[in-house]
Design a protein around this ligand. Sequence first.
Ligand SMILES: [Cu+2]
Length: 127
Amino acid sequence: MALVLAAFAASACASAQAAMPTEVGIRIHYSRFEPSTVEVQAGVPITFTIVNDDPIDHEWLIGDSNFHDRHRTGTEAVHGDRPDEVSLPPMSIKRATLTFAPGTYLYICHFPGHEAYGMVGTLVAKG
Ligand SMILES: [Cu+2]
């Protein structure tokens, strides 16, 4: 009986983890991120597919508050191939894979005025 219970507990745990997405789609539309909140498992690679549906450039920068402080005052207009710094030309699709430590992160477009307009999202990585 104890063995059966242990097996049940293990499968319940596995299905709870399976419920957390490892593939996350983010759409940029009318200078907003959809969805604006994402929850993922910490310590697992998460692949983001980011779609810019707008006729203007945007960016998707994800990190902690120190990261965003640097980018708010930064002078790097276009970002390269770092998975946490994605530049999105009009009507483009990019993919990025990241693994998070437990915590809360923001994703923001730091083009002038975009963050203030509402291009901010929150990702929670659960430990
Ligand atoms: Cu933007």
